[in-house]
Design a protein around this ligand. Structure first.
Ligand code: ZN
Length: 276
């Protein structure tokens, strides 16, 4: 497995050709075969809309990201592809690194001026921040934590159709953590708000960077405690208790939602849990 070491600038003596991630909004420039077009902007005759961002070293190779305006086209043999769609075809490590590139490019292009006094910011050399030379404020990459929770009830689990899903798909409930809230409180609140059900014993399972546009998903499982399903009709259109052997369309592999669902299916198969 490739080893990636993040850094804010190339280490001394880092040489050889760099690996580039060219980003246009939520898209990456790819070859006609669908792999990363890792050439530098100069090689492709493209001009980034802000100074490139150093990502780190991948197996000793420097990695950079550069952003481009919406209207920029690459050479005819290359094409822009949505990061979201690449998740189904790229190896997990490559997709995660591409997500890092998309997030940092977006951060750099939206923090060019100080949010407090409006002065043009400067890239810090010793940490991942944009500093204001006038008032000293530092702007860090935005990261919005969101919980995602699979609620279990005996041998069934709660999967819901969200308003923003593309196509018919059922997934675990998810929502952003609010200021002043613990992750566990966010789990209780989101489930109650979205489907009117109370849960107990939220238990951390795993997490995943989610660069759409700048989240990290923190995955939980929880047990149903009380209440019957009443989808809020805003975020959630439809919600049901599903059996592991009779599932609706669910999110693709690689997503944390799918990981939570697969864990539960394995538990049911192995006879773990199953308390009503
Ligand atoms: Zn300032």
């Amino acid at each position: 497995m490739p080893t990636f070491v993040p850094d804010v600038g190339p280490p001394p003596g880092a040489g050889g050709p760099s690996r580039w991630y060219l980003v246009r909004q939520g898209e990456l420039l790819t070859t006609s075969e669908g792999t990363l077009a890792a050439n530098s902007p100069e090689e492709l005759g493209l001009v980034p809309d802000a100074p490139p961002v150093f990502l780190g070293m991948l197996d000793g190779q420097p990695c950079w990201a550069a952003g481009f305006d919406r209207g920029v086209e690459g050479p005819a043999e290359l094409r822009w592809q949505e990061l979201r769609a690449l998740g189904a075809v790229w190896p997990a490590e490559e997709w995660t690194l591409a997500g890092r590139a998309v997030q940092l490019v977006e951060w750099a292009r939206t923090h060019r001026f100080c949010g407090r006094c409006g002065t043009a910011t400067e890239r810090a050399l010793d940490e991942r921040s944009m500093r204001c030379p006038a008032c000293g404020m530092s702007g860090y990459p935005r990261l919005a934590p969101a919980i995602i929770v699979l609620v279990r009830r005996g041998e069934r689990a709660l999967l819901a159709q969200g308003r923003r899903f593309r196509g018919r798909m059922f997934s675990a409930l998810a929502g952003f953590v609010e200021p002043g809230e613990t992750l566990e409180e966010a789990v209780h609140r989101e489930v109650l708000e979205e489907v009117g059900v109370r849960v107990r014993q939220p238990r951390y399972v795993a997490s995943q960077p989610w660069p759409f546009p700048h989240s990290v998903m923190i995955g939980f499982s929880a047990e149903w405690e009380s209440g019957e399903l009443k989808p809020d009709g805003e975020e959630i259109l439809e919600a049901h208790w599903w059996r592991a052997d009779d599932l609706p369309p669910v999110p693709p592999p690689l997503s944390i939602a799918r990981r939570l669902i697969d864990d539960w299916v394995a538990d049911v198969r192995d006879g773990v849990g199953g308390r009503a």
